[in-house]
Design a protein around this ligand. Structure first.
Ligand SMILES: *Cc1c(COP(=O)(O)O)cnc(C)c1O
Length: 356
């Protein structure tokens, strides 16, 4: 940081994204991307020459075609849909827009939440989880603050039921309940239907995980017109063109081939259950997950050492520096073949440790 940086940002601790290695091939199980390519209609939309010709012009700031496709998919009106440059964009806007009375989120959750809190000078509370990484609803109800919950939670993979989310909304109608559903398509139950009932409920989803479009940067929110209008006000005060022409076309096309993405999610869930079983056989504790990753630890090997040993074998998983979870690693569910290579590497690592 330099003397030029505004003093309000001098102490900002920026988010550290998962590694995107540039030095050759790794099996990438570290950033929860889909192991499967985007579907044929999606790829066609991106490679269409007419799309390239349109890049001369500004994109539609209202992204009407994309919003209409989302509205149809979720059974809401266009005015209930907001689109953005990845869902991180919406989280950023929401901390900017709705957190004036402070924010509650779990101590162990998506690492970007405290960064957005710091960025916007918002007071936030990291609520400890219960033993086994459970959220205790009583810690959040009626506290007079915005609530931000990843559901399923990351990196644990545990999910809350809709009854709890409804209770949060009812317990504090004057504050926003933001449910970050980045992983909802892998077995959780979406809170989107509750947005018809609760004006203060903001459900955020993304094309990055279940729809193979992490690089396109495309996120969306479903909520009451009230909250969507507030988000639009922030968007139009920062960057009205935050969803570019090509990404909007990719997202619209992805919504036209839901069976393709549903089948990918089914395969990932199947591989997740298979992988959880294999990891337990190898002596791991595996937190039950309804996401596309598994959160694991093994008393036979230190968490950081495990991560480094796998990296040496050209397999990347995600290790977090947070001391509370330093014995754990988050492993993205890849293809069956990638996971079998992972298990072979793990066997090798554990065997060598035993020989020592
Ligand atoms: C991946 C992830 C996001 C970010 O998704 P983008 O749409 O790629 O910005 C948001 N929240 C959680 C919990 C995530 O894991």
């Amino acid at each position: 940081m330099s003397r030029f940086l505004n003093s309000i940002y001098q102490t900002l601790d920026a988010y550290t994204p998962g590694e995107q290695p540039k030095d050759g091939a790794y099996i990438k199980l570290n950033t929860n991307e889909s192991p499967y390519p985007a579907g044929p209609a999606t790829v066609k939309a991106v490679t269409d020459a007419r799309q390239a010709a349109r890049l001369r012009l500004y994109c539609d700031p209202d992204a009407v075609a994309l919003k209409d496709a989302l509205a149809e998919r979720y059974g809401v009106k266009r005015s209930n849909v907001f689109v953005s440059n990845g869902s991180d964009d919406i989280l950023n806007f929401s901390f900017m827009a709705f957190a004036q009375d402070g924010v509650l989120f779990p101590e162990i959750t998506y690492g970007f939440y405290p960064v957005f809190g710091d960025l916007h000078g918002v007071e936030y509370t990291r609520v400890p989880l219960k033993e086994g990484f459970f959220v205790d609803p009583e810690d959040y109800k009626g506290k007079g603050k915005m609530i931000v919950l990843a559901n399923p939670n990351a990196p644990t993979g545990r999910a809350l039921g809709l009854d709890v989310i409804a209770e949060f909304c009812e317990s504090d109608p004057d504050h926003v309940i933001l449910i970050d559903e980045a992983y909802i398509d892998f077995g959780g139950i979406s809170a989107v239907p509750l947005t018809a009932k609760y004006e203060n409920l903001l459900v955020v989803q993304t094309f990055s995980k279940s729809r193979s479009l992490a690089g396109a940067r495309l996120g969306y929110a479903i909520a009451s017109e009230t909250l969507i209008n507030d988000l639009e006000r922030i968007k139009y005060s920062t960057n009205p063109y935050n969803v570019n022409t090509v990404s909007a076309a990719a997202g619209t096309a992805a919504l036209s081939e839901p069976e393709y993405y549903r089948e990918n999610c089914r395969k990932i869930m199947e591989t997740r259950e298979y992988s959880a079983g294999r990891l337990k056989e190898l002596g791991f504790e595996v937190i039950p997950s309804v996401a596309n990753f598994l959160f694991v630890s093994n008393p036979k090997i230190d968490g950081k050492e495990f991560y480094l040993e796998l990296k040496e074998r050209r397999i990347l998983i995600r290790h977090f520096d947070n001391p509370a979870i330093t014995q754990y690693n988050r492993i993205t569910v890849g293809t069956r073949e990638e996971m079998d290579q992972l298990f072979a590497a793990i066997r090798d690592i554990l065997d060598r440790k035993e020989e020592k």
